[in-house]
Design a protein around this ligand. Structure first.
Ligand code: ADP
Ligand code: MG
Length: 396
């Protein structure tokens, strides 16, 4: 099969990373943490509206090797990025770390804020999650650091402890890396179970993750697979898109007189006088209903309904929420034409990845069709990966 991005074998990757760590930092790592990327099956732009999301953890993951230091310094390097970050741990915090290292060093700061006594550390990062593809390499990096440091200090890796770690990782990303994030990515990376999706409910007073439930998928038994296509495009011109949509949803909720769009109903939304706010709210209200519908259909083994919900979700993001782009529309339409039960863009939008629900014996045909369609349209060749629902972050 062509152009499938492999997750790599964790134990082999860890052996190589330990050797690199020794060569670079001059000490054997005390331990190696691993955390997965994720793909959201359905529920887009619903998290900050008090809604539902349904991500799965990818087999593709980020490894972080760690050796402690006794001088309170922190050094971070990555096999995927240039440069070494080095600072005194006490100097790490919001506004003090530039570039990619903020995602790693920010976690040390956020754990310290939670009262964890974090020692100086040398860290080395290696990932098979594509960076910036909407598959959450950022949360994978944060969560791998969080798990490694927590194990080093003998901290709590129970489900409750993992929720606290997820909160620390969210603070690292929003406050130190300066990228607002809703909490889905960190929760699924730290709490996923193999074979299952994670239903997360954001209907909480402060907008953080509330109730959660593992939804067994049984994909293999159903002869199905999840195929992710990374379009490798990021439309920089619309970088403000995420903030704009958040603000529009806030205005729609205000016009409807509700705290969040989770409290809105479709009849009220259709009566909104402003056509733009009406379309934005219609996406959110419909999308939350589609997440519930997908969970019910999965439980009933009704995969046709799941596929149709994917297609409806994509149309809603394309037409009402206006966060798709030509490459995503092409990947989705081609996958469905080539035999997928359904497909949709996934992640924040304006580029990134799509996810398709495909009969296992059609995967190769779908990959070939999407490659051909992109070549014919003059787009850069996309990448593909199999999103086999995988385990949460842990030590290797
Ligand atoms: P996504 O999370 O969808 O991959 P983001 O923009 O949220 O996209 O996060 C990507 C950023 O995270 C990268 O640009 C980089 O700054 C940082 N990052 C993630 N993984 C790594 C890595 N392995 N090495 C260095 N930086 C990384
Ligand atoms: Mg991210």
């Amino acid at each position: 099969m062509t152009s499938l991005l492999e997750p790599g074998t964790t134990t082999d990757r860890a052996v190589r990373l330990r050797a690199e760590h020794r060569a670079r930092w001059g000490a054997d790592p005390a331990l190696v943490g691993r955390a997965p990327g994720r793909v959201n099956l359905i529920g887009e732009h619903t998290d900050y509206n008090g809604g539902l999301v349904l991500p799965v953890a990818l087999p593709h993951s980020t490894l972080v090797s760690l050796s402690p230091r006794d001088d309170g310094r922190v050094r971070v390097a990555s096999l995927q990025a240039e440069g070494v970050f080095e600072a005194q741990l006490d100097d790490v915090g919001p506004g003090t770390v530039d570039g990619w290292a903020a995602y790693a060093a920010g976690v040390l700061w956020a754990l310290d804020e939670q009262g964890v006594t974090v020692p100086g550390v040398d860290l080395l990062v290696d990932s098979t999650v594509p960076l910036g593809a909407g598959l959450s390499s950022s949360a994978a990096l944060e969560c791998a650091v969080a798990v490694a440091v927590t194990a080093l200090v003998g901290g709590d890796l129970s489900p409750a402890g993992r929720r606290r770690l997820a909160a620390a990782c969210v603070r690292a990303e929003s406050e130190v890396a300066g990228a607002p994030t809703g909490g889905m990515d960190q929760a699924v990376s730290l709490l996923a179970e193999p074979g299952a999706a994670l239903l997360l409910d954001f209907d909480t007073a402060d907008g953080s993750v509330g109730d959660l439930r593992h939804v067994e998928l049984g994909l293999e038994r159903a002869g199905l697979a999840l195929l992710v296509t990374d379009t490798r495009v990021s439309h920089a011109l619309v970088d403000g898109g995420y903030g704009d949509r958040r603000a529009e949803c806030g205005r729609a909720a205000e016009a409807l007189g509700v705290d969040s769009l989770r409290r809105a109903d479709l009849a009220g939304v259709e009566a909104l006088p402003d056509p733009l706010l009406r379309r934005r709210a219609r996406h959110v209200v419909g999308e939350v209903q589609r997440v519930s519908g997908v969970v019910e259909a999965v439980t009933a083994g009704d995969w046709g309904t799941v596929g149709r919900a994917f297609v409806a979700s994509h149309a809603s993001m394309r037409d009402d929420f206006e966060i798709s782009c030509a490459e995503l529309d092409l990947a989705v339409a081609t996958a469905v034409e080539a035999g997928a039960l359904g497909a949709r863009m996934t992640g924040g939008g304006f580029g990134g990845s799509s996810v398709a629900l495909v009969p296992a014996d059609r995967v190769e045909a779908v990959v070939a069709a999407v490659q051909r369609a992109f070549a014919d349209a003059g787009h850069r060749a996309p990448l593909h990966l199999m999103a086999t629902p995988s385990a949460a972050a842990d030590l290797v």
